[in-house]
Design a binder for this molecule. Structure first.
Ligand code: SF4
Ligand code: SF4
Length: 187
């Protein structure tokens, strides 16, 4: 795909911010595309991981924060593991998501932002994810209360889902991390 960068965009690039947040040096990427060839969602998006990196190198601006990959990325870290230059692309995706949320630059991509919110909220409250509450909040948010409920008994039987939150998690530490992250973001 041809990548067009206008002069206006070139002066407003977000490369420096992304590098500072992720701690990754994107200048070493030489577009081998190993990240993209291993990415499980690359075929579902217009701009796969290698293209996102190239656009950032070419000083893409806020428009890149609307990329589908930000909200379809599974944080599986396959791209990071495959990169011959040791670029932590998963950290870059995290940095882009954070920027997109901070700047309200991203259009809502389906229910993924809702899922992210309820997931993080249960981690903040219980120290680890608590699937029952997360699923309940997600279903209320999507208004699809009965979707997939037939799978619930089998998941319970196979212990794929717990009725109660774990008591083993270090809730204090996790809450401290959330508090610190909030302070760092100035919110
Ligand atoms: S695998 Fe690494 S070097 Fe290759 S295109 Fe992806 S980010 Fe660039
Ligand atoms: S972390 Fe995201 S971008 Fe990287 S391979 Fe997994 S899904 Fe693709």
């Amino acid at each position: 795909m041809a990548i067009i960068v206008t002069q206006e965009k070139a002066t407003d690039g977000i490369l420096r911010e992304v590098q500072a947040t992720s701690g990754v040096d994107l200048s070493v990427c030489y577009q081998c595309k190993k990240c993209t060839s291993g990415c499980p969602v690359a075929a579902m998006v217009k701009a796969p991981p290698s293209e996102i990196i190239r656009r950032l190198q070419l000083n893409a601006g806020d428009e890149i924060l609307d990329s589908e990959l930000l909200w379809t990325c599974l944080s599986c870290e396959t791209c990071s593991a495959r990169c011959p230059m040791g670029i932590d692309l998963a950290a870059v995706m995290d940095a882009l998501r954070r920027l997109a949320l901070d700047r309200k630059a991203s259009k809502q991509q389906g229910n993924v932002p809702l899922f992210n919110r309820v997931f993080l909220e249960t981690v903040r409250l219980f120290g680890r994810t608590y699937d029952m509450l997360m699923i309940a909040a997600y279903k209320v948010g999507t208004l699809k209360l009965l979707n997939d409920t037939e799978k619930f008994p089998a998941m319970l039987k196979k212990r794929k889902i717990a009725l109660f939150p774990t008591l083993e998690a270090d809730r204090k530490t996790v809450r401290r991390i959330f508090k610190k992250a909030k302070q760092n973001r100035g919110t």
